[in-house]
Design a protein around this ligand. Structure first.
Ligand SMILES: Nc1ncnc2c1ncn2[C@@H]1O[C@H](COP(=O)(O)OP(=O)(O)OP(=O)(O)O)[C@@H](O)[C@H]1O
Ligand SMILES: [Mg+2]
Length: 372
């Protein structure tokens, strides 16, 4: 079978997955030990891949992991419904069991789509909940009810969790969630998302609903030694030769961003013959920027001139002191109050993130595109 050599832009597993050894151990220990976890990283660093891998490792007769993406949820009721339907469907072995449980624990069921008799793959169903408080709290209690009934422990993994920050009445709902969750004895939650700044807003100070609710894991980049093993194995497998120095150049070019390392490798792979040359890498870098241009245009088309100049400054490597007179003058950023507002708006758009008070572009290739 001819497999793809490098995979990017979607969760990876098996031979396409490298490292994450420490994070896997810690997450697995949390899942087994009943410790809820927040997992944060910029886009496409490998959160979903990591969670899915650990899911596969820890599942047993007495521990079941459920996965739900709440990216599309716009309100507490949609969130509660997504959670309840994921738990009901992913813990049921047959459609009948799913229906029975939905009826028994929600008091009603009003299914929006036809169910396939095969429950092996999870599916999305509308439970037809109403928007009142009882329905929401019933739905939020489904994980605990099911876990007790089946005499198992449950881990519920919630992708794009920062979405709840967007709901109207968000703060009230966050408090409600925390109250319900902290009384559940048999359920552990793992919340992850790529909007670091929005995720942090859920737990960063004592007033926040999820303050000290669980362990916090900041995903790091995968180090060079793992990439070297991975990338040379892939090239060698196809009869091509790439040097360690070239691998390092590839990783450095995209700041060790997991998905871009794999994407850039793919273009190097395509443009090279049996021995990779430095021109092959030059061409691949151009191709990487070209391939992403439409995306960056759409991200930036509605930005103000101030926002663009702020991004350009960060792309030029100015990670701190952005409101100093010198930087404001050089990049025409207006006033220091303006810089604060612009930074906040770009954080909200997830175009930049902060770490130790320094500002970074969420997307390293966007920086290359901006500098051109
Ligand atoms: N452990 C890994 N080993 C090798 N490549 C990886 C690994 N984790 C992630 N990648 C690369 O990053 C890409 C994105 O991975 P994944 O979808 O898991 O990230 P994510 O953080 O969940 O992304 P998003 O922010 O879009 O939800 C993968 O397609 C792959 O190219
Ligand atoms: Mg993901």
């Amino acid at each position: 079978m001819i497999g793809q050599t490098f995979i990017f832009g979607k969760p990876v597993e098996g031979e396409y997955f490298t490292d994450r050894e420490n994070e896997s151990k810690r997450l697995a220990a949390n899942f087994r030990g009943g410790v809820s976890t927040f997992l944060l990283s910029p886009r496409r660093w490998g959160k979903t891949s990591l969670v899915k891998k650990v899911m596969g490792e820890v599942e047993s007769d007495t521990l079941k992991v459920v996965f739900v993406d709440v990216f599309k949820c716009k309100s507490p009721i949609e969130f509660a419904e997504a959670l309840a339907s994921a738990v009901l469907s992913q813990t049921a072995s047959r459609v009948e069991e799913f229906m029975e449980n939905a009826k028994a624990f929600l008091g009603r069921i009003n299914l929006g789509i036809n169910l396939s008799p095969d429950l092996a793959s999870s599916f999305d169903i509308k439970l037809g909940l109403s928007d009142d408080k009882t329905d929401i709290s019933n739905a939020l209690n489904i994980p605990e009810t099911i876990a007790k009934k089946k005499n198992i422990r449950l881990v519920v993994c919630i992708d794009e969790f920062q979405q709840i920050g967007e709901f109207t009445d968000s703060v009230y709902f966050q408090k409600q969630l925390r109250t319900v969750w902290q009384h559940q004895q048999n359920v552990t939650y793992c919340m992850f998302g790529s909007k670091k700044h929005m995720m942090e807003e859920l737990f960063d100070t004592p007033e926040k609903a999820f303050f000290k609710f669980g362990d916090i894991i900041y995903l790091k980049t995968i180090p060079l030694s793992y990439w070297t093993e991975y990338i040379s194995r892939k090239f060698e497998g196809a009869g091509k030769k790439i040097s360690n120095g070239q691998i390092e150049r590839i990783c450095e070019t995209v700041n060790y961003h997991s998905s871009y390392v794999q994407q850039l490798c793919w273009y190097v792979f395509l443009s090279s013959t049996d021995i990779v040359s430095s021109e092959d890498i030059d061409n691949a870098v151009l191709e990487l920027i070209l391939q992403n241009t439409a995306l960056y245009e759409s991200w930036t088309e509605n930005l103000s001139a101030y926002q663009m100049r702020f991004l350009t400054a960060v792309a030029d490597g100015i990670n701190e002191g952005l409101s100093s007179a010198e930087v404001i003058g050089r990049y025409r950023l207006g006033t220091s109050a303006n810089v604060v507002a612009v930074k906040k708006s770009l954080l909200d758009k997830n175009l930049v993130y902060t770490e130790n008070k320094k500002v970074y572009l969420s997307d390293p290739v966007l920086g290359m595109w901006l500098r051109r």
